[in-house]
Design a protein around this ligand. Structure first.
Ligand code: AMP
Length: 143
């Protein structure tokens, strides 16, 4: 299973925010949309950063509630690892495990076309394992 097949099932909508918006706005967005990370955009490049709930927790731990008035640019990760539609689920699992993050934006032809979370990857993996186990059971029953 590849990234483009996951995007067909989950859709290509990506929740994003501009780097000059406040950390408080980003936190409200994560809460309202029930997601763990937002892609930071600037209108020039497909992805200019990523801000996850961990970045917000770190900011508040270091600066207290006043961090919420600071711009997203101060706390986002600027060097974002992205993937393409052709990456496989296994490659993404490996990437997320090695790099210790749970979100990978999908960039195709210089455009942001989706985002894959660890939840999407695990869901896909579990479904594939279940389908394989079912196929083996059916094979044994008819052998
Ligand atoms: P996460 O596990 O996705 O909540 O993110 C953990 C940390 O990695 C945070 O500091 C994020 O800003 C950063 N991060 C998340 N996704 C990526 C990514 N695709 N590329 C680079 N850094 C990331």
């Amino acid at each position: 299973m590849n990234v483009d097949q996951i995007l067909l099932l989950k859709g290509r909508n990506v929740v994003s925010i501009e780097a000059d918006r406040s950390l408080g706005e980003a936190a409200r967005l994560l809460s309202e949309r029930r997601i763990g990370a937002v892609v930071v955009v600037d209108g020039r490049q497909p992805v200019s950063g990523i801000l996850s709930e961990r970045d917000i927790v770190r900011a508040i731990a270091a600066q207290g509630a006043r961090a919420l008035d600071e711009p997203v640019s101060r706390f986002m990760t600027g060097e974002v690892v992205t993937c393409t539609c052709l990456h496989s689920v296994n490659e993404l699992m490996e990437l997320m495990t090695q790099q210790k993050f749970r979100h990978v934006p999908v960039v195709e032809g210089g455009q942001l076309v989706g985002i894959i979370s660890i939840g999407d990857v695990v869901k896909q993996h579990v479904e594939a394992v279940e389908a394989e186990s079912q196929a083996i059971k059916e094979y044994i029953a008819t052998a």
